[in-house]
Design a protein around this ligand. Structure first.
Ligand SMILES: [Zn+2]
Length: 197
């Protein structure tokens, strides 16, 4: 597991970005059938796979929110004031659709989260070193490559989030640590999770 120091500093919650070696998380878990959308679920009193979407929010202690990735960007969010957490799956389609912006919007509406209070962590994902794209990907491109880490950081910054940690570890560059769909095609998924104690 890879953890984000700014989230480790919050004793009321726990989190982790899985590697290819991490055991699946145990306990009551909420997941989604991920469809590269900007669909966000605010949940409580649930478990298992809830339906189609790409981001989960809860204020319920004891419930783990989990998302699965292998190159797409996992993003974990915590609001230490309102005690709300979120897990977001953002591949390039989800990034373009604004799944992270939608998650922040729903946290504001449903939980009165202020972006300035939020702690955000961007996990391991395919990096600007490896994400070669064509014109099908409407993101800024430098030397034929797009930067999903930066694109998601911009969505956070545009909403007023300032406490942003990024793993800056490329899943495609590190086969010993990470699954990578682009590198391997047939591959597993890494599980990232966050929950309130
Ligand atoms: Zn790379």
């Amino acid at each position: 597991m890879i953890s984000a120091p700014p989230l480790d500093a919050l004793p009321w919650m726990h989190h982790g970005f899985g590697t290819r070696h991490s055991p699946p998380p145990a306990g009551r878990i909420a997941t989604l059938r991920q469809i590269h959308s900007a669909t966000v679920w605010s949940v409580r009193d649930v478990s298992g796979c809830l339906g189609e979407g790409d981001a989960l929010i809860t204020d319920e202690p004891g419930l783990l929110l989990a998302i699965r990735t292998a190159d797409c960007v996992p993003i974990l969010l915590a609001d230490p004031v309102r005690r709300v957490v979120a897990a977001v799956h953002a591949g390039w389609r989800g990034t373009v659709a604004g799944v992270l912006t939608q998650t922040l919007s729903q946290m504001r509406q449903n939980y009165e989260t202020k972006p300035a209070d939020l702690v955000a962590a961007i996990g391991p994902a395919i990096g600007p070193c490896c994400f070669a794209v064509g014109s099908e990907v409407p993101l800024p491109v430098v030397d034929g490559r797009a930067d999903l880490w930066a694109a998601n950081r911009r969505q956070l910054e545009n909403e007023g989030v300032t406490r942003i940690w990024s793993a800056e570890q490329c899943t495609m560059c590190k086969p010993e640590t990470f699954f990578s769909f682009r590198r391997d095609r047939e591959t597993g998924r890494m599980i990232s999770a966050i929950g309130i104690r």
